[in-house]
Design a protein around this ligand. Sequence first.
Ligand code: APR
Length: 249
Amino acid sequence: MSVQPAFGEAQQRLREARSICVLTGAGMSAESGIPTFRDTLTGLWSRFDPAQLASPEGFRADPALVWRWYAERRDGVRRAQPNAGHRALAAFEQRHPGRLSVVSQNVDDLHQRAGNAGTVRLHGDILADQWLDPCPRGLSCDTDWAAPTEPPRCSECGNLVRPAVVWFGEPLPYRAFEAAERAAQSCQVMLVVGTSGAVWPAAGLAALARHRGAFVVIVNPHPSEIDHEAHLLLPGTAAGVLPALLDPL
Ligand code: APR
């Protein structure tokens, strides 16, 4: 299938849509130098064990290992810059206030730094911290911020600080997922960018949007597990496709 007709139809649908929901995954930040999770060879899960590094059990088993791994990822996020895809989404929101909502699986802050301040964070924020266990006395624990190679620990109750991200086996933040469902149910176009569609419930948002009548467009250089939910597939990268698709609108 030639890409041109599909591209033109996607643009026309976006032009006419009162409400657009953009669902992004790790591929959105790949051209900013942040590794994805499942890309062959370069993805994080091809080199590390998610159960050991991105789960409550893995953290309890070796807090220092997980803390150091996140410290490296945090440094990478801080060094990264929003790419042309992030900038195209932010510029569209500036030109058309209130028409575009970004729902991201990404824990980086590149959408926010580009200008999509209202981005819904389904899987948390890698640059933020939280307590591992509910603190019996609220957040009044005074943490003993140990060496950067160890997670801080409350010097009184021993509670550990952990990254404020959703780990495997944990529920998504209720308010964030509720906002994501609202955006998916009310949009006329859902633009899915840079996700393998391998992780639920985020992956189900495309089906939800389609079920409610939205026109679903997927931007990805490779096939994804939710391609069957798309009306149009636009093969290509976030930084390559999004500016060409959105800047003229
Ligand atoms: N532009 C667009 N898409 C890209 C690019 C790019 N430059 N590079 C890679 N991709 C695509 C890949 O083809 C793949 O489909 O991005 C997708 C990345 O898939 P994953 O690595 O599985 O990332 P994601 O879908 O966001 O994973 C979902 O899984 O591990 C958990 O919590 C983690 O939020 C993450 C969730």
